[in-house]
Design a protein around this ligand. Structure first.
Ligand code: TYD
Length: 137
């Protein structure tokens, strides 16, 4: 059984800013633990919305609230944890096969997501019971 703490990681990016303001750089293969193939961002989601609710056979992700805050519930079928994304220098790295739910979006939340894979709906597991069967067998 893989431990959740081995499947996720909180990343802390350095601030290269100066008196002109903040600057955060994330490069694939160094600050980001994979080569970046896809970027998407989520904004305008109300506080009561729950997004995600899926796991991925192949995709890994790094999530960054570049503005505002949100919460991510991560779950591997055995353990779960809630992580608040609340600063632009913080990243949440998720390996493949982690179930995730994003919620509690602040009105100014912009959730930036980086992935190692191009979008492929076939590698998304969207049914939680199917997910549990896969990770518990
Ligand atoms: P969905 O996976 O439900 O978003 P979230 O994970 O934020 O809840 O995706 C919503 C729609 O957008 C769905 O029709 C699939 C499409 N989509 C893409 O075409 N490419 C992508 O990279 C993503 C994340 C979604």
């Amino acid at each position: 059984m893989t431990k959740l703490e081995e499947q996720i990681q909180i990343l802390d990016f350095p601030d290269l800013g100066d008196e002109r303001g903040n600057l955060v750089v994330v490069e694939g293969g160094s600050a980001i633990p994979f080569d970046i193939a896809r970027i998407f961002y989520i904004y305008g989601s109300d506080e009561e919305v729950i997004r995600g609710k899926h796991a991925n056979l192949k995709s890994e992700f790094v999530m960054i609230n570049v503005s505002g805050t949100s919460r991510v519930k991560v779950d591997n079928g055995h353990e779960s944890r809630i992580i608040e994304l609340n600063r632009p220098r913080m990243g949440l790295y998720l390996k493949s096969m982690v179930w995730k739910e994003m919620y509690d979006f602040s009105p100014d939340s912009v959730l930036l997501v980086l992935s190692n894979e191009h979008y492929d709906p076939k590698e998304y597991i969207r049914n939680y019971d199917d997910y549990l069967k896969m990770v518990r067998k």
